[in-house]
Design a protein around this ligand. Structure first.
Ligand SMILES: NC(=O)c1ccc[n+]([C@@H]2O[C@H](COP(=O)([O-])OP(=O)(O)OC[C@H]3O[C@@H](n4cnc5c(N)ncnc54)[C@H](O)[C@@H]3O)[C@@H](O)[C@H]2O)c1
Length: 285
């Protein structure tokens, strides 16, 4: 089966990035979210990102226009997903939301459609269990920012078929990304490592060992990483990092993944990082 039409659920940080790379690679791409305003904002972010590629001479203005022309927005799952060959769900990291989406997609989509999730931590088998096509449910986990980061984890549940896996790997390759196959386990590879690292940094700060700026500085200078843990949390989203930790903790009971109280408090007051202009740093300027 060749993938021709892609549907992306969620037009947030990840969904808009995923839609962009799919459309840039020539796929007709429908994007679904819960409101027109969110969809419009998502499309604006895609245009901003594409404009930067044009400015740097990586793509032409015509290529940008063609890419945007392949993207269609809708608030209706039915309209956006009914003829998709592949659906990539990138909605909020909340189990009930994702279960509802998967069970609905199972009813809406043709039999051959592969249902993929960009979830950071939720077991793929759990999402598959609400469908009648568990063999066609898979994890395709992109990294943030999607247009720039090349690595993609492809997560195979106990019952994901080899066919689904091979089609998904071919698709990931066709959009210019490199994949690794991972077993279905909480946090997979990348977030098992990343969440514990950033949670530990927040614990150091809470314990008064150093400042946010100095912890970030030390990590950048010591490991030659482009950003420190607090900059990374702000980029990913405080809420997303909190929810990932909580989800791994709930799934495994491993105390080391328990989100620090500060992450919880920041999520409650809406200090979500770059997307809300305030996180560990201030972005209002
Ligand atoms: N932020 C990251 O760095 C990152 C990296 C890899 C994976 N992820 C995963 O990607 C997914 C999305 O994360 P994000 O950072 O883009 O979050 P986000 O908050 O930026 O976007 C989530 C979007 O989902 C939409 N949404 C919520 N319920 C919906 C529904 N029922 N139908 C359609 N859309 C709905 C919201 O309106 C929002 O636009 C999560 O599963 C997250 O764990 C995030």
């Amino acid at each position: 089966m060749d993938i021709k039409k892609v549907c992306v659920i969620g037009a947030g940080v990840m969904g808009s990035g995923i839609a962009q790379v799919c459309a840039q690679s020539g796929y007709e791409t429908n994007v679904i979210d819960i409101s027109d305003d969110i969809l419009k904002r998502g499309l604006e972010n895609i245009k901003k990102s594409l404009s930067k590629f044009v400015e740097k001479g990586k793509i032409t203005k015509e290529m940008m226009d063609e890419t945007v022309g392949r993207i269609k927005l809708s608030t209706s799952r039915e309209e956006g997903a009914k003829d998709a060959d592949l659906v990539i769900e990138a909605a909020s990291e909340i189990i009930d939301i994702k279960k509802d989406i998967f069970s609905d997609l199972d009813k809406i989509c043709p039999e051959h459609t592969i249902l993929a999730s960009n979830t950071s931590t939720i077991p793929i088998s759990l999402l598959g269990s609400v469908t009648r096509r568990q063999d066609k449910v898979i994890g395709i986990h992109f990294m943030n920012p999607v247009p720039l980061m090349r690595g993609v984890e492809v997560i195979k549940s106990l019952v994901t078929s080899e066919d689904t896996l091979n089609i998904s790997l071919k698709f990931v390759n066709s959009i210019g990304k490199e994949s690794v196959v991972v077993k279905d386990s909480p946090g997979f590879i990348s977030n098992r490592i990343m969440t514990i690292f950033v949670n530990e940094a927040v614990k150091l700060y809470e314990a008064g060992l150093s400042t946010i700026e100095d912890i970030d500085k030390m990590v950048r200078l010591s490991f030659n990483w482009p950003m420190g843990p607090f900059q990374l949390i702000d980029l990913i989203g405080v809420d997303i990092v909190h929810d990932m930790l909580e989800s791994i903790y709930q799934e495994t009971g491993w105390e080391r993944y328990k989100p620090t109280p500060l992450l919880k408090r920041m999520k409650e007051v809406g200090w979500l990082g770059r997307k809300s202009n305030k996180g560990f740093y201030d972005y209002s300027e």
